[in-house]
Design a protein around this ligand. Structure first.
Ligand code: NAP
Length: 304
C-alpha cells in the first residue's frame, strides 16, 4: 500500500514544505491543498506548494488517500470538521502538530469512524506562512508517529514510508511519551527564550540599542527561537499544559540550585554543570542534529 494522492490542509511552513517535498521526492503522488486564508491560497498556488489549491476543504480532500492537517494545534478540530464531508473511504488522516495527546483526542472526536494516525515531524524554522516552506525541511530530521491503540499496522507502515520518502527518520512513540519528550526538548526552550527576550525588552537602565548591539554575547541565539509564530506557540503551551508545567517545575528547581551556587561561590558546581551540558551539545552535533559552525548553520536553515 502506498500513497497515491495527498491533501494538505494549512499551507504555511509545514504544509508548504510537505507539498514541495512530495512534489520533489514522490513526483507520482498527486498533491492538493486548502487553507482558510484566501491570500495564503493565492500565494500557495503562485509558489506551486501543491499541484492544485482548492477553494474548499471538502474539494481538496475528495480524491485523497492521505490527508495531512498542517494547522496550529488549536485549529485541528475546525480543520477536521471542514474536511469531514469530503473524505473518501479508506482515507488516513494525519497531522504535523507539535503536541500529540490533545490533537489525537480532537481528531478522534471530530472524525468518528475515520483512521486517524497523528504524527509530528520534528523539523521547522522560526518562519511561518506560505513563503516559508522548502522541500528539504525534513531531510535527516525525525518524524514521530503516534498511532492510537488499535491502529492498522499497514496504515502506520504506509505513513512511515511516506515520511521516509520525504527524507525523515521515523520513530513510533506513545503520544504521552511524545508530549513529555517534546516538552523538554522543544516547548521549554521556547518558553525560556520568550522569557529572556521579554525580560531584556522590559529592562530599565539598559537601552534596547545596547541589547541589540551586544547581542552576540548569547542573546541573539534566543531571539531566533523567540521569533517563532505566536499563534502556533500559544496553542502548543495550552495543549501540552501538563507536561510543560512539569518540566518548568524541574527547570525552576535546577535554576534555583545554580542561583545558590553563584551566591555561595561554588565554582566547582558551576564548572561541573557546564561541562555536562557541553557534552550534550557535542552529542547533538555528532548525531547530525545540528551544525558545529558558530552560527549553527542558521544562514542555511534551522530546525525546531
Ligand atoms: P503556519 O506557517 O502559520 O501555517 C499554518 C497555516 O494554517 C496558516 O496558513 C493558517 O492560516 C492555516 N490555518 C489556520 N487554521 C486553519 C484551519 N482551520 N483550516 C485550514 N487552515 C488553517 O504554521 P506552521 O509552522 O506551518 O505550523 C503548522 C503546524 O505544524 C502546527 O500544528 C505546529 O505545531 C506544527 N509544527 C510546527 C513546526 C515549526 O517549527 N513551525 C515544527 C513542527 C511542527 P492563518 O495564518 O490565516 O491562520
Amino acid at each position: 500500500m502506498s500513497v497515491q494522492a495527498v491533501a494538505i490542509i494549512g499551507l504555511g511552513l509545514l504544509g508548504g514544505s510537505t507539498g514541495l517535498a512530495v512534489q520533489q521526492y514522490l513526483p507520482d503522488v498527486t498533491t492538493t491543498g486548502w487553507d482558510t486564508d484566501p491570500a495564503t491560497r493565492a500565494r500557495a498556488a503562485e509558489r506551486g506548494l501543491v499541484g492544485t489549491v482548492f477553494d474548499s476543504a471538502a474539494e481538496a480532500v475528495a480524491g485523497a488517500d492521505l490527508v495531512i492537517l498542517c494547522v496550529p494545534v488549536g485549529a485541528m478540530s475546525a480543520a477536521a470538521a471542514a474536511i469531514a464531508p469530503g473524505l473518501q473511504s479508506g482515507v488516513v488522516v494525519s497531522d504535523v502538530g507539535s503536541s500529540k495527546q490533545t490533537v489525537a483526542k480532537a481528531l478522534a472526536e471530530a472524525l468518528p469512524g475515520i483512521a486517524v494516525i497523528p504524527a509530528h515531524p520534528v523539523a521547522g524554522t522560526e518562519r511561518s506562512g506560505p513563503d516559508a516552506g522548502f522541500a528539504a525541511l525534513f531531510q535527516q530530521r525525525w518524524c514521530i508517529i503516534t498511532p492510537p491503540e488499535g491502529a492498522d499496522p499497514a496504515q502506520v507502515q504506509t505513513l512511515s514510508a511516506f515520511w521516509e520518502a520525504l527524507g525523515a527518520k521515523v520513530e513510533v512513540m506513545d503520544p504521552q511519551h511524545h508530549d513529555m519528550v517534546l516538552a523538554v526538548t522543544s516547548h521549554l526552550p521556547h518558553l525560556i527564550a520568550y522569557t529572556i527576550v521579554g525580560t531584556a525588552d522590559d529592562l530599565e537602565g539598559v537601552t534596547q540599542g545596547e541589547v541589540i548591539k551586544y547581542s552576540a554575547g548569547g542573546f541573539r541565539d534566543f531571539t531566533r527561537i523567540a521569533a517563532s509564530d505566536p499563534t502556533m506557540w500559544r496553542d502548543v503551551f495550552l495543549s501540552n499544559k501538563d507536561a510543560v508545567l512539569d518540566m518548568l517545575q524541574r527547570f525552576t528547581e535546577d535554576l534555583t540550585a545554580l542561583q545558590k551556587a553563584i551566591r555561595v561561590g561554588d565554582g566547582e558546581k558551576l564548572f561541573e554543570h557546564f561541562t555536562r551540558t557541553r557534552d550534550i551539545r557535542r552529542s547533538i552535533i555528532e548525531l547530525g542534529q545540528d551544525d558545529a559552525r558558530p552560527d549553527f548553520g542558521r544562514s542555511d536553515h534551522g530546525s525546531s
